[in-house]
Structure formats: structure tokens, C-alpha cells
Design a protein around this ligand. Sequence first.
Ligand SMILES: C[S@@+](CC[C@H](N)C(=O)[O-])C[C@H]1O[C@@H](n2cnc3c(N)ncnc32)[C@H](O)[C@@H]1O
Length: 340
Amino acid sequence: MPRLAVFHADNLAVLRALPDACVDLIYIDPPFNTGKAQRRTRLVTVRDDHGDRVGFKGQLYRTIRGETSGYEDRFEDFLGFLQPRMEEAYRILAPSGSLFFHLDYREIHYCKVMLDRIFGRASFINEIIWAYDYGARSRKRWPAKHDNILWYAKNPEEYTFNFEAMDRIPYMAPALVGPRKAALGKTPTDVWWHTIVSPNSREKTGYATQKPRGIIDRIVKVHSRPGDVLCDFFAGSGTLGESAMQLGRNALLVDSNLEAVRVMRRRFAGMDVEWRRGAARAADSLLTLKEASAEQRRALASEGGEAGPRAAKPVAERAGRGRARRDRTGMSTEGRDDQA
Ligand SMILES: C[S@@+](CC[C@H](N)C(=O)[O-])C[C@H]1O[C@@H](n2cnc3c(N)ncnc32)[C@H](O)[C@@H]1O
């Protein structure tokens, strides 16, 4: 059974308590330094004949404002805040591990220079653009509708890249490529079109900056193996943790915001989770995750079902299996050409 450990703590203290080279994949989505407070209020609707909303079959519903979650997203010295945490991230990554660093256009260029210094420029592999199309459109400049995700491999000669685990996306003009290719779909590029977590979606937790499972699942499937130990030390609503649990990985999550921890408690109800306050037991929790990981690997090996080996070098591109699944992944074909 995959396991989670969730820490309500400042992530620097937790990171400093962890041993070297102990996690296989780090995904983080730090505060974006937008200069604004990030807040969202949960809205719950209940059936009420005098309600203000019309729902299915014309029935009336009343809206109740639930709890507000959020955090301040304002830093005097953003890089000064991030740098010691990223140095620790590099230290705790396993030799074949990868970092995925998610931000937006406001600070990403400064952070890339900082990460190039910490990881070495050769370790920078890709900048993934997550493109979406939601919300207001500025009339004064091009509306910014993308986030940036930097991928660094600790060792650029050896890292996990499960090409076959990649989901496939539909061709925009399937008639041009023939039925076999059209049914198979094509592999994604470094531009990922995906909806944001919509206010009506089932995965919505109410946390202001929650990221979509479709984006995180793709990273987890391609860049880690079943039984690996993953880490998100800016966990928010715990999207990486949920993805890890459902895909057979273990994860250590940290957030300093009590509201984030409350959201995670709801999200992970019924799952095998160790809850910790403060960083004191971080090394012990990591050990427990490592033991779970070793057990899962033994079970996978005995079933002969271990996920592919780590790529000694970037895996040669070859056609994978599976069909294009636009609806289930939430990925869209918008903006893509039809190169195979
Ligand atoms: C952009 S949100 C992460 C959202 C998350 N990816 C999700 O899908 O819900 C950033 C999170 O970092 C947390 N955070 C900020 N500073 C922190 C610190 N020093 N230690 C731990 N967590 C911190 C905030 O409380 C916030 O929940």
C-alpha cells in the first residue's frame, strides 16, 4: 500500500531534517509572489424551494458560503526565500531524481538562473508551458494564460523518463494521418493544454491555488516509478499526494498553512497518512516511507510487474501504446499541429 506523510511545518526545517538523496521526484508549486493574498471561499448549495439558484430539472438551491482558505503571496526577497530551500531540494534528490518547479511569468526567469546555479546548466532539461484558457481577458495587453514548469534532472545522463507511460493526445486533423495513427493519438510536446481546476469539477477542493490532476499525473507517471518516494514541500491542497497514492507511489508533503492541512485532511480521508506537526520527526517519517517503498518494489518484482528501468540516457523516442483520451485526461488539442 502506498503511504503519505504530511507535515504542518515550515518546509526549510523539514528539508534540513531529511537525509541526502532520499527522494526520487520533487514537484513544487511555490507561492507565485503575485503580491496579492490568495483566497477562495467554498460555496455549498442545498435544495431550498426559496433558493437563489436554478439547478437540474428546474429545482431551486440556496448557496451557503463555506470556509475561506488562502495565504499571503507577497515576499520582500522572493529569491532569498527560495534559494536555501532549493539547495536542500538538490541535496535530498536521489542521483537519478528530477525536480519539477512550477511558477508563472512573473518570477520564472529569475528562478531559472538560480536553479541553473544550483543544479548546473546541463541539468536543465525542459521548460513545460501549461496553457489554459479561462478567466478574464485584458484589453490592454495579451492575456497571460500559461504557467511555466522547469524540469531539472540531478544527473542529466541518467533520470527516470517512462516514455511508454505518457498519455496520448488526439490529432487535430485525424483524417490527415490515417486511422491507425489517429486511434493511437500522438505524444505531447513541451506545451500542455489543460483546463484549470474548474469550480464545478469533482476534483475541486476549494484551495485557492489547487493544480489539476491531469498535469500532476502526467509528471508522476512519466518521471517516477511505482514504489518511488515523491516530495512536495509547498503542498497546498495536496494534489501531488493524491496523485502519488492513486498511482502507487509514496509521498512526503509539507505546508506551513493550517488551512492547507485542513483541506488535505478532508482530501485524504480514509487513506494511509501519517500527520505531523513541526519538523522533529521528519527523518523517521521518511524512513517509514522508504520501508513501504522497499516492500512495494519487492512485491512488484515478484509479480514481474516493475515499471520500466530508469533511462540510462534519455529514452529513444518510439511509439507507445494506448489510445488518445481527450475527455478523460482533460488535455485538449488546441494549439497543436499535426506532426506525428
Ligand atoms: C501555490 S500553493 C500550492 C498549491 C498546490 N500545488 C495544490 O495543488 O494545491 C503554495 C503553498 O505553499 C505554502 N507555503 C508557503 N510558504 C511555505 C513554507 N515556508 N513552508 C511550507 N509551505 C509553505 C502555502 O501555504 C501554499 O499552500
